[in-house]
Design a protein around this ligand. Sequence first.
Ligand code: GDP
Ligand code: MN
Length: 303
Amino acid sequence: MAKNHIMHYNMNLLETTVMPAFNKEQVLVLTPMSKFYPEYWDNLLTLSYPRELMELGFIVPRGKEGDEVVKKLETAVKAVQRSSTESARFSRVTILRQDSESVESQLEKDRHALKAQKERRSKMALARNSLLFSTLGPFTSWVLWLDADVIETPKTLIQDLASHNKAVIAANCYQRYYNEETKKNDIRPYDYNNWVESEEGLRLASTLGPDEIIVEGYAELPTFRALMAHFYDPHGDVSTEMQLDGVGGTAVLVKAEVHRDGAMFPSFPFYHLIETEGFAKMAKRLGYQVFGLPNYLVYHYNE
Ligand code: GDP
Ligand code: MN
């Protein structure tokens, strides 16, 4: 391929198929990381997608906490990449340091307060964009967005999501917890950013000023949108699909062509949406369809 220092890539040969591993399609796994959870890393290592077809990209905030994260991440990465067998190594690992510190307080109750959302989500959008535009290669077929606190997924996550052959497809992110009422281990919805737009959501948006945003999951902003988190049916078919208008970033598989066409994470209000929810809107405006799998669960860390 490299002749006289010129690289040629035939983008028309770059495929996204329902059998990505068989067809040797490169998957770029992207994770913005403000905390290093060993459980995230262990789960990543259990994924059965061939590692030589997997690239990893991380973006870590500046500052002391970020330094700690980088240290732990580097140690984990080195242990794998020093492996003598090629098939045990990822094809490439990129760690980016953000040009800004992590968004103020990261305690769950603070970062979820509505007034903190616009600034926080817009900074997250910038971090995701930096990560995406610095790592997407001409050979990348798929991008898997996987949050650093998603600690449990089926090991066939990539194959399962890809088998639906959708431009954008999100898993349903739940959380394990101890249910005090039933005295049993239980699960509950975590990511409310996977949703179907509603009449009320549209009406609410129409009342907003140009710089105002709607973020899903807040009683202060009742949208009555259908949330994928509530469509989970433990007895249902795991491959059930539903069309979505907004997505979260916890575990989403995106065909690289969607990003290459220009769909990114708006850090500014885009149809009154930002970050991952704005991304879904942008993908749709580019002519792509966005889907979710209500019965296909992945699990978020319980702080
Ligand atoms: P939540 O689960 O919706 O409350 O959001 P999180 O705080 O878990 O953030 C989503 C993802 O972004 C996780 O992977 C975090 O580790 C990561 N993250 C959060 N804040 C920052 C930040 O300031 N910079 C970077 N690079 N990543 C961040
Ligand atoms: Mn999280």
